[in-house]
Ligand binder design. Sequence first.
Ligand SMILES: *Cc1c(COP(=O)(O)O)cnc(C)c1O
Length: 380
Amino acid sequence: MMKKATTYIHAGMEPDPSTGAIMTPIYQTSTYVQEAPATHKGYEYARSQNPTRTALESALAAIENGKFGLAFSSGVAATDAVIKLLEPGDEVICANDMYGGTYRLFTKVFEKFGIQFKFTDTTNAENVKAALSAKTKLIWLETPTNPLMNISDIAAIAAISKAAGCLLCVDNTFASPALQNPLDLGADLVMHSATKYLSGHSDVIQGALVMNSSDLREKLYFIQKSCGAVPGPMDCFLVLRGIKTLGLRMKAHCENGKAIASWLRNHPKVGKVYWPGFEDHPNHTIAKKQMSDFGGMLSFELKNDSMEAAKKVLSSTHLFSLAESLGGVESLINHPSSMTHASIPRAERIRNGLQDGLIRLSVGIEDADDLIEDLEHAIG
Ligand SMILES: *Cc1c(COP(=O)(O)O)cnc(C)c1O
């Protein structure tokens, strides 16, 4: 098997059959000419197949150690496709701390079609076991979680899921395939917001699913082409290009993440810092076991927990841009309770430990000293 560094460069890449172009061309076409009715080269209509997407889908499979990849027009479209495997009456067990858009899709779109979502603290695998019922068909994990950096034990929950005959899908957006590969730990499906680390340059919206089962691949491909949430060829090209530097970028994100987490923790005005690399992080042991490094995402609270104090920091950085999203080469600062997680009711946020003053950082690959100076100035 190829080593990761090689996979990022070569996965899915075949010289273009018509010209030998080393980069997969952007096949900007909606349809393909057929020789005779139903006699074609495997490509009929671009919602169903596009060669740029095919190249990307093989790359996605390879970098997640899976057999099949499917690309979607966004991360939430990939999640949407997974939930469409279910039927009214089915139950899903999911983390109580996760991306706000996933929560919104589950509760505001799918509950009305009769699918039940049970939110539980998945950092303790026993809670997942306790939430199982005869109707449970899917377990949805996000680890590390957005924004509190909680870690769930993928292998332990995969064992529970298998024993119960459920599917386990892991949102692996925060770790990226460079740091964690859920299929290797027993998950059935991996979901990515490719918008984030996979693309890596904040220039595209895209989602991905990776799996080993050909039966699941057939069902999800059917949903992909029937529902139509497919990415365009230009976007597929951009993600393919992003993947080539994933390994290098993640190394830099991890180094900078570590430097900033440690610096913040020693700052007299900073309260709690949420980063799974700290030995006293409640899930550090599992993080160390299932991740090869701890990534560039972290959150923190100020000792002065007023909204005003947090807002002052959020609007005083220069290198950290105030914006939603994450995983790009440039550093971003975000206020989950008013931005990415505003769609979760406040009472629920507080119950799950997401305080109003929490600040989330997506640490980019700039020079760590410059980033620290920027935060120093903003925190004062
Ligand atoms: C951004 C994000 C999503 C949603 O992906 P989009 O590409 O924005 O649709 C899902 N999960 C996590 C963890 C995310 O950060």
